[in-house]
Ligand binder design. Sequence first.
Ligand SMILES: *Cc1c(COP(=O)(O)O)cnc(C)c1O
Length: 404
Amino acid sequence: MIDITKIRKDFPILNREVNGKPLVYFDNAATSQTPQQVIDVIVDYYSSYNANIHRGVHALSQEATDKYEQARITIQKHFNIAKSHEVIFTSGTTHSINMVANGFGAFLSAGDEIIVSALEHHSNIVPWQMLCERTGAVLKVIPMNLEGELVIDTYKELLSNKTKLVFCNHVSNALGTVNPVEIIIKEAHKVGAAVLIDGAQAAPHIKADMQALDVDFYTVSAHKVCGPTGAGMLYGKEEWLKKLPPYQGGGEMIAEVTFEKTTYANLPHKFEAGTPNICGGIAFAAALDYMNAIGFKDIATYEEELLEYATEKLLTIDGLKIYGTSTNKTAVISFNIEGLHPYDIGSILDKLGIAVRTGHHCAQPIMDFYKIPGTVRASFSFYNTKEEIDVMVAGVERARNMLM
Ligand SMILES: *Cc1c(COP(=O)(O)O)cnc(C)c1O
């Protein structure tokens, strides 16, 4: 059971006011808030052992290196990853995806096919389009239905021995749909294709098991799991990471450099050129520790309760329509009110201290599918409450009355 009073005390930002009203933060799918425990880790890093890693023989450098490598192991354990060098520290999901998209060109020829899902975030569409332009590979799309679910029968038909790579998010940031990644991965492997799952939106809600999923690549952003921005991970199976060419050249990623030839460092350093976000990596692990102490099972149960409560309440509002009605979704509600622009609703909610997202949520193709300019998106976290949902529902009603 979630002790909500205790949890809310961990998040200093939840005490602030916005426009003279208590903050109601429902933009968790864009970024999560940070508990004091993680803020303390960040302050401690800069207050007591800030130094560059893997280089110095001096004490601070050793300490920072130890903490950073310990963080890698925390992340490894959390995602049940077989080997710690299969965890590559990155600046986040976008960076992780680009790393794979850039290197994967080495395995593609003209006419090969890449499959992406219709539910993708822009950061999961553009790099593949760029890769296709560069290699002559062809992009195919798994379509979605009105509930906001992928049409898996069509996906199976798209797969062939031409398919080299499949990309899909684990959870859609725009609609909250949890995609059947187990099936997607299994089917892709039958034709010998590799699979990258974008776990940015799943990580705050689902503890994904890399070995059980048997996925080839998986990406996470720390800032969506109560960690800092500018940190994240790329998980890659060892066999793939060994084959994949490095993304950036620089310090830390080389074994030996002469002007004739450079040999690359071992994993994970081959993909970690330059000075990384040391503090960010350490705080990322601290954030996972924080969430694990609460427990992902309890988090899921509580968020499910919030989702059901909010869905029921919102649907009592005249003309309100929810997009994304899969039975398997996380605590995200994308909605519109007939005749009103989502931006206008969002602006009125902001005046009431309620933070929601409005627009296309970096997923324009989904909005085109529904033939709408965007939605209002409320996304909940384990530190939100039913009382806050009541405040939002009252705010949406007020917006409707003002704008109609
Ligand atoms: C947030 C998000 C991204 C982008 O993550 P960054 O941290 O901005 O790199 C990609 N995919 C999904 C599903 C997301 O929710």
